[in-house]
Design a protein around this ligand. Structure first.
Ligand code: AMP
Ligand code: GLY
Length: 420
């Protein structure tokens, strides 16, 4: 079987490593992949947003199954186009991917179907948005409607900050067309939990929960990033909360998407906040999270490709989706300066380890060199969270590249929560 994975980050590396375990897989292609993924798959120089290029490659190479991992190609309809030429895919079609592609759509969906989320209003003009802010309480949250590389959310402490954010999005267009529409929403508080779920549009199978660490610096200081580390499971996500989320959020979301004629198949990611008034949806993503995937998949006991195919074929109800009763910790090693300017091109030395996932690195003159902000994710699995954290940091010591930066406190908040 020939499998193609679209994307080129740590998430895709983790997906490829898991898919490789299926004995039916003869060859895996990564479009575009990266220098580290090249050890596990054949990397092809086709960008993840180049839908025509992806379809051409799939046809020419008789691809049997495609996994579309990043948000952009999903929202651009990569799955629709691949299905048209007969390639089965893991991932939602464009109609369903809008759940991430438009925050306004997601908010209206939740309002219509009574799914708990922050109170909000949607604006397509600047003046009414500013007028609304004048009556708002602060902090308040401003979100660009469309995809913005994870940067389209501003938590504004004052009216001045909020109006500056509106100005950036709607007038200066710092996120391009993604900011033509903005969502202004109530600021919520509480621990955050990421829950990735497999779904075939009928059955929903939550994966082990996880906790992201979004800020660049220790103790959740500094700028927002794509994620500096993760642990799984998330200790705040108790069995009782999980049951409540299934009833109040997960099943209603699947049913709502079906009602709208937008059946979602693939990985639906629920970004949740556990507020004093119960769990609420902060965001939906139409894909696996990164770096969540780098702790979730190493704990998956069932065969990933088989589960993915069950999502595609509508047979998830009869498919076991089981996780190890263990803990995982992933520490992201980044280029110093990320998420702002950073230098790249430094040689990386790393051990041969199935749980080190490469993101921003490329092959140059036979060497692996840094080429991005988040360079790689170092994951360890152990019986306890404490041991998983210690093992991940121990492994970090064996990875070297100039200007390496990583947070020293990944998992500490989770550890504290366990002790409480
Ligand atoms: P997002 O890009 O939607 O994941 O948002 C980035 C981060 O902003 C989230 O992980 C939250 O920490 C924070 N955030 C988003 N919406 C809210 C909200 N309504 N209240 C408080 N924090 C929020
Ligand atoms: N780690 C957050 C995301 O993948 O969106």
């Amino acid at each position: 079987m020939k499998v193609m994975v679209i994307g080129g980050g740590g998430r895709e590396h983790a997906i490829i490593r898991s898919i490789k375990k299926n004995p039916a897989v003869e060859e895996i292609f990564a479009l575009p992949g990266n220098g580290g993924i090249a050890l596990d798959a054949t990397c092809v120089d086709v960008a993840a947003k180049d839908i025509d290029g992806i379809v051409r490659f799939a046809v020419e190479n008789k691809i049997d199954y495609a996994v579309v991992a990043p948000d952009d190609p999903l929202v651009l309809g990569a799955v629709d186009k691949l299905n048209e030429v007969g390639v089965p895919c893991f991932g939602p079609d464009a109609k369903a991917a809008i759940i991430e592609g438009s925050k306004g759509f997601a908010k209206d969906l939740m309002r219509r179907y009574g799914i708990p989320t922050a109170k909000y209003e949607i604006f397509t003009e600047k003046e009414p948005a500013l007028a609304y802010l004048k009556q708002g309480s602060f902090p308040i949250v401003i979100k660009a409607d469309g995809l913005a590389l994870g940067k389209g959310v501003v938590i504004a402490a004052t009216f001045e900050e909020a109006s500056a954010a509106i100005n950036d999005m709607m007038t200066k267009k710092v996120f391009g067309d993604s900011g033509n529409t903005v969502v202004i929403e109530e600021f919520l508080q509480g621990p955050e939990v990421s829950v990735l779920c497999f779904t075939d549009g009928k059955t929903i199978a939550p994966m082990v929960s996880s906790m992201d660490h979004k800020r660049a610096l220790d103790f959740d200081q500094g700028l927002n990033t794509g994620g500096m580390g993760t642990v799984a499971p998330n200790p705040y996500y108790t069995k009782e909360i999980a049951d409540r989320c299934m009833k109040e959020i997960f099943l209603p979301t699947i049913a709502a998407m079906n009602k709208e004629g937008r059946t979602f198949k693939g990985c639906l990611y629920f970004g949740l906040m556990l507020t004093a008034n119960g769990p609420k949806v902060i965001e939906y993503n139409c894909r696996f999270g990164d770096p969540e995937t780098q702790v979730v998949l190493p704990l998956l006991k069932s065969d990933l490709l088989t589960v993915m195919q069950a999502c595609t074929n509508g047979t998830l109800a009869s498919q076991k989706v089981e996780f190890e009763d263990k803990n995982a910790c992933c520490v992201i090693m980044a280029s110093k300066g990320y998420p702002q300017a950073y230098q790249k091109g430094f040689e990386i030395t790393l051990p041969n380890d199935e749980l080190i996932f490469v993101a921003g690195a490329k092959k140059q003159d036979g060497k692996l060199v840094t080429s991005g902000g988040r360079v790689l994710g170092v994951t360890a699995v152990a019986g306890s969270l404490k041991e998983a954290i210690a093992a991940a940091y121990e492994k970090v010591k064996s990875v070297r590249f100039e200007n390496a930066y990583y947070r020293k406190d990944i998992g500490q908040r989770a550890l504290k929560a366990k002790e409480e």
